[in-house]
Design a protein around this ligand. Structure first.
Ligand code: KG4
Ligand code: ZN
Length: 346
């Protein structure tokens, strides 16, 4: 199969991104990857505000595309196709990207390829390390938390996941409870460094269940109670309490993810004869405590562990370009009726 050059566009949450990827489904290279984060725009609101996100995507997406092409040293017509996240995500944001991609496709006649954002995350191990199918994937982000067996570029089997909040969401809410900045993941991780993870007894939900399902909303409530037990009359936390609560929370999430990953490996091996590579993706996979615990688990279980570079773990358009490349290489494409799908399970 000949090498393809694909422009990718991503705007499903709070990052506007564009990237160019070149190669084949088995050997692709990221030529450029631009990400405009919106963290500052949402900082005062304690979460992503859909209207603000959509407007910022609409404003930024053209610049992103221009920068991605210029960083790759290419013109749009040097590309073979345009791939865009068509869902799942915030409808306004997804529409901004889809409209941009459709405009470019209509103006140039280039093929248009709609991509599932989750497939983008789930295929990242093939982009970065050409991991062969099948492999086991733990997708942990602000909006998602699931174990997938990736059988093929378009065949993913969900074997478990959260029954309520995603862990990234829990990190973000924890940051709010502890008066730490957003996004919560990095700030809770930093605060946890000096904390005692054993001081507060926080729950490890669903570990008694013999499946790969997880729950993080009870942990949040338990953390709130623990905080209210130590908070001062001025409603301020001292540094030690803040660090111990952050460490306790991070340890609980790490324990749940690690124990359920062990179950997922068991389940995988019950269905497949060969030990898989375990790959992680999503923003929470940036957490060093979680990475270390998963690395140790995989060492004990004689399983290869793959954590892609951080910039390709969090939301980006290179994964969308690559997922689009695999669709296009297989002869698939969409037309200008491509719509945005806010809900779109894999
Ligand atoms: O994959 P991502 O960029 O966006 C989606 O949610 O799709 O993930 C963002 C999430 C946020 O909730 C953020 O707090 C979390 O990933 N995150 C982390 C860390 N860095 C980012 N969570 C824990 N530890 C981190 N170091
Ligand atoms: Zn994502």
């Amino acid at each position: 199969s000949r090498p393809l050059t694909i422009l990718g566009i991503e705007s499903s949450c709070d990052d506007t991104a564009a990237a160019v990827v070149r190669g084949t489904a088995d050997d692709a290279t990221v030529l450029s990857s631009i990400v405009f984060g919106q963290t500052a725009l949402h900082a005062d609101f304690g979460g992503v505000v859909p209207e603000i996100a959509a407007r910022a995507h609409a404003e930024k997406v053209d610049h992103c595309v221009a920068d991605a092409l210029s960083n790759a040293g290419l013109a749009l017509l040097d590309c073979d196709a345009i791939a865009v996240t068509a869902g799942p995500g915030l409808i306004g944001g997804v529409l901004s990207g889809v409209m941009c991609a459709k405009g470019l496709a209509a103006a140039t006649g280039l093929p248009l390829i709609g991509v599932n954002h989750l497939a983008g995350h789930a295929l990242t191990p093939r982009l970065t390390d050409a991991v062969p199918f099948p492999y086991l994937m733990l997708l942990v982000s602000g909006g998602h938390c699931q174990f997938l067996i990736a059988h093929d570029r378009d065949r993913f089997e969900r074997i478990g996941g959260t029954i309520d909040d995603a862990p990234g969401e829990a990190f973000d809410k924890t940051a709010r409870l502890l008066a730490l900045p957003q996004p919560g993941g990095p700030s809770v991780e930093a605060a946890a460094k000096t904390g005692d993870p054993k001081r507060f007894k926080l729950p490890r939900p669903l570990l008694d269940r013999d499946d790969c399902d997880m729950s993080f909303s009870g942990l949040k409530t338990a953390l709130l109670r623990a905080r209210d037990g130590v908070i001062g009359p001025e409603q301020t936390l001292n540094r030690t309490d803040q660090a111990d609560l952050a460490a306790g929370f991070q340890a609980a999430v790490t324990d749940v993810l690690t124990a359920k990953t062990a179950r997922a490996l068991d389940l995988y091996l019950a269905l497949n004869p060969v030990t898989p590579t375990l790959a992680v993706a999503g923003g929470v996979a940036a957490n060093m405590a979680i990475r270390t615990a998963l690395t140790d688990l995989c060492t004990r279980r004689n399983t290869a562990f793959l954590a892609p570079p951080l910039a390709l773990c969090t939301d980006n358009a290179a994964m969308i370009a690559y997922a689009g490349l695999t669709r296009f290489a297989a002869g698939e494409q969409d037309d200008l009726t491509l719509g945005a799908r806010p809900r779109w399970p894999l």
